[in-house]
Design a protein around this ligand. Structure first.
Ligand code: GDP
Ligand code: IMO
Ligand code: MG
Length: 433
């Protein structure tokens, strides 16, 4: 497939980094279209773990060109640290990473406001990553954001920063009772980024459209997940961008018809980091067991992830709003310890069955998941590389997901390493009935 979008279908951390790295082998370009350093995408290759926050997960393949689209928000401090860390590992980044001149910058005041707003919200806090994502996108839509192009003219940048800092310092001091930021230090810091950023800046839309015209193969890498989407997620407990597939077009400056294929990454169970509703969340001690088996700690903040059973109401919803062609099902190996596995197939709310994933937070808080219980396989599957070698109960789990979602499973992941996966060619599973 020429242009393939890879999107998260739960609350993030589905294993997008692993899948994008794996699929990057035959890709010419890998592009992020939204989000910023709130993402933590883990790639494990030859025993070495790399966590990518802003740079696309295709960067470890030396032949790929990696792009950050206009829909992303860039924190230059974190980006240059990430570039340095990759270079220290021997990964060539220069000449292979390009950032859209239209992407917005995350400023120090965005991080300060993110933290202050979370503190002020008390028990109603979202549990953000503290990376300034919400305030940066707020400024984008408020039309006072600082874009990469603004770095190209020092006078223009300084005037814009002074105006913004005057307003933001008022907000921080007078509204949040927080400390004001040093205007001159920030101006000096961002003026210095100008020189460093220069070789990375490109018109990503032109570059990408030209590449597609020439028949190059492209991966579009989503960050976060469908239920963190500002429109389709569990609002207000969401991020401030659109991780769903439609945003790949606007976030990169390509037409929607350029996208040939959409793969949904879904964990074989569910996790969530941060606050908000979670219908299939497990009670203790199962919650902690899942966390241990799956090593469910945030790749960006180190926070413990909340764990729950697989939720096929969410899966069907994600299939619909992303227009999925197939699933990449990850972390199936984590379920190998279980005698029995529950899968949520529907919700009951006040005695009534709910067909579609609800938008009302109070309904989501109250729904009772309907579970079907499947037998576990109780075997280590981490070394399996062919569908036929999977235990029968494991194949039944896959078939169950496929039947209840109407979407084919393209591959399953059975370990963090790049090689730990099983491709499921079409026709290997019985047809959906
Ligand atoms: P992302 O944000 O969607 O890229 O996911 P994260 O990297 O935040 O979290 C996924 C975690 O699971 C990482 O630690 C991965 O190394 C790990 N992982 C990915 N796929 C598998 C898998 O199939 N099995 C196991 N056991 N771990 C996996
Ligand atoms: P990847 O790409 C999991 C969550 C935060 C919080 C909410 C809003 O690794 O899947 P934000 O800082 O974006 O304003 O926080 O979204 N969140 C993520 N959860 N994985 C992520 O990214 C996330 N990025 C943001 O925990 O609940
Ligand atoms: Mg992550």
């Amino acid at each position: 497939m020429a242009v393939t979008a890879v999107v998260g279908c739960q609350w993030g951390d589905e294993g997008k980094g692993k899948i994008v790295d794996l699929l990057s082998e035959p890709a010419d370009l890998v592009a992020r279209f939204q989000g910023g350093p709130n993402a933590g995408h883990t790639v494990v290759h030859e025993g070495e773990e790399t966590i990518l926050h802003q740079i696309p997960s295709g960067i470890l393949h030396p032949h790929t060109v990696c792009l950050l689209g206009n829909g992303t928000v860039i924190d230059p401090r974190i980006l240059f640290d990430e570039i340095r860390e990759l270079e220290e590992k021997g990964v060539e980044v220069r000449g292979r990473l390009f950032i859209s001149h239209k992407a917005h910058l995350i400023m120090p005041y965005h991080r300060a406001i993110d933290e202050a707003a979370e503190q002020a919200a008390g028990t109603r806090r979202i549990g953000t990553t503290g990376r300034g994502i919400g305030p940066a996108y707020t400024d984008k839509y408020q039309r006072c954001g600082v874009r990469i192009v603004d770095l190209l003219d020092r006078d223009h940048l300084e005037t814009k920063l002074r105006a913004n800092l005057r307003d933001k310092n008022r907000l921080l001091k007078n509204y949040y009772n927080s400390t004001a930021l040093d205007v001159n230090r920030i101006i000096d810091e961002y003026i210095a980024f100008d020189e460093k950023a220069d070789p990375f800046i490109k018109d990503v839309s032109v570059l990408l459209n030209d590449a597609i015209d020439e028949g190059e193969s492209v991966l579009l890498e989503g960050a976060q997940g469908t239920l963190l989407d500002i429109d389709h997620g569990t609002y207000p407990f969401v991020t401030s961008s659109n991780p769903t597939a439609g945003a790949a077009a606007t976030g990169l400056g390509i037409g929607p018809r350029r996208i040939d294929h959409v793969i949904g990454v879904m964990k074989a169970y569910t996790t969530r980091v941060g606050n908000g509703p979670f219908p299939t969340e497990l009670a203790e001690p199962m919650q902690s067991r899942f966390r241990d088996w799956g090593e469910e700690y945030g790749a960006t903040t180190g926070r413990a992830r909340r764990c729950g059973w697989l939720d096929l109401v969410i899966a069907r919803y994600a299939a619909r709003v992303n227009g999925l062609d197939s699933w990449a099902l990850t972390k199936l190996d984590v379920l190998s310890e279980l005698d029995e596995i529950n899968v949520c197939t529907g919700y009951i709310h006040r005695g009534k069955r709910i067909v579609h994933f609800p938008a009302e937070p109070w309904v989501l808080d109250e729904v009772e998941p309907e579970y079907e219980t499947l037998r576990g396989w109780k075997q280590d599957i981490r070394g399996v590389r062919r569908y036929a070698d999977l235990p029968g109960e494991c194949r039944r789990y896959l078939d169950f997901i496929r039947k209840h979602t109407g979407i084919d499973i393209e591959l399953i992941s059975v370990g963090a390493e790049r090689e730990a996966y099983v491709p499921l060619g079409s026709g290997e599973l019985a047809p959906v009935s």
